[in-house]
Every structure is written in C-alpha cells, then in structure tokens.
Design a protein around this ligand. Sequence first.
Ligand code: HPA
Length: 276
Amino acid sequence: MIKALEETTEFLEARGFDKPEIGIILGTGLGKLIDELEIISEVSYNHIPGFPTATVEFHKGKLIFGKLDGKKVVVMQGRFHIYEGYSLWDVTYPVRVMKRLGIKKLLISNAAGSINPEFKKGEIMLIDDHINLQGGSPLAFKGVEHLGTRFTDMSAPYDQESGRILQEIAKENNINLRKGVYVAVTGPQLETRAEYRYLRIIGADAVGMSTVPEVIVANHLGIPIAAVSVLTDEGDPDNLQPVDIQDIIEAAGQAEPQMITLFRELIKRIKLKSIA
Ligand code: HPA
C-alpha cells in the first residue's frame, strides 16, 4: 500500500509535479478551469503507475500540475467513481497521492441533483455536510490504519473558513450560492420518486455519486476541504422528469463560469496553513 503510493508520488515528482499547495478535483462537465491554468506538466491517468485507469469517455482523465494566480495546484480532470467498478480504495487513491505531493487544501466540484425544492437547476450549492449512502467506507481496507487514525472524526468534514470565503465571493459576484447537505449514492442509475422522497426526509439537499469518499479520506489525512455541487436537475418526486446524462453535462457546463469564479477567487484568497 505505502510502497505503491511512494512509487506513484516519485513518478509524478519526476514528471515535474513540484510540491503543489492545493488539490482540485473537477466533476462531470466542469473541466474548463484548466483553461485558466499555467500548465507545467500533465499526465493521463492510465500512464501513472498505481493509478486506476480511466473508463467513462466524457472524463478526459488527466492529472495536471500548474500555477493558478501564483499558487501551485494539482488538478484531477475527471475522477473515479464506484459505479464504474472501482473500489473505494481506488476512488480515493489520488487524494492520498496529492497529500504526499504536498497539498494543504482540497477543492472539489461535482454535478448533483437538487433535492431541496428551493434549489433550482443551474444553481450552485456549497456542501456544508454530507450523508454517505454508498454502502462502504474508503477507510475500511487492510493497512489503512498505518496511513492515519482508524476512527476518523467527521464532526466538521468541510472547512468552515473556505466556506465563508466562498459565500463572500458569491455575494460580490451576484452568484446565488446555496448551502446544504450532499448525499452520496452509488449509482449509476438515477433515483426513483420514492428515493427522492426518502432523501428529502433524511435531510439531503442534493444527491450525487461522488465526493464523499474523497472527503472521508481527506479528513483521514487532515486536509481541509471546500466542495461545491452544480445542481443539474431537480429531483421533485411529485413532478419527476426523466433525465438524461447529456442534459446533466450540459447543465453543468452552463454553471461552469460561476464555478470557475468561485474556485479561482478562493484560490487567490485562501491562506495556506501548514498541516501535518
Ligand atoms: N442523482 C444522482 N446523481 C446525480 C444527479 C441525480 O439526480 N444529478 C447529477 N448527478
């Protein structure tokens, strides 16, 4: 486990991934932040030793190192999902690698379905807390106890300071940034009407198929996280419209400029404290 992580990290360092300060995971339909980057090095996932290989074709599947407003960042363009058949260890492997490379903050974006009736398609939600309905934990693997504490505290999984800054940026830029609870399901099927009703009852504001495993591992490693969901469809159980994945990707693309503003400004403003 540790050997594989060391090998991956050394490979990337040899390819010029030189002490990134911030890690960024870009979700479905949200890859354009890359255009803002001064790219120094990039490698396809399937050329990185130890990395799971990319499958879903709309993910470009690249790890990129570069500079954004003077800060060194490592960006995952596309992520791994359990619905593609990866284990939760695989899904979160890149977070462990980014930590070894040196990141002190992790920014995550995803596409999600709105559950809260007030939250509309096209809006962005700051993730304040989450519910894990993926039926497993990325920490429930043999040997993980050597990589951090076993019983990871999840009383405040998202960084409050980053959340506050994101809200400030949203206000300045007239972005109607919602705040709420994200529930992660396995997928890849979307929810039934009964499931949307259930998710609303248990306290979710948005539903998606990612992010929570990465957030659990980042907490395991002590990395502060800021995460946002782009709401791409509305899961209204009383008026449910069939969704198709192309619609979801398109809706994510429409909200992308706002997402870029939020992340870019956050990167400019965050102070990086050193973490263990
Ligand atoms: N459900 C689950 N995942 C999603 C959805 C949804 O409605 N929209 C985008 N990702």
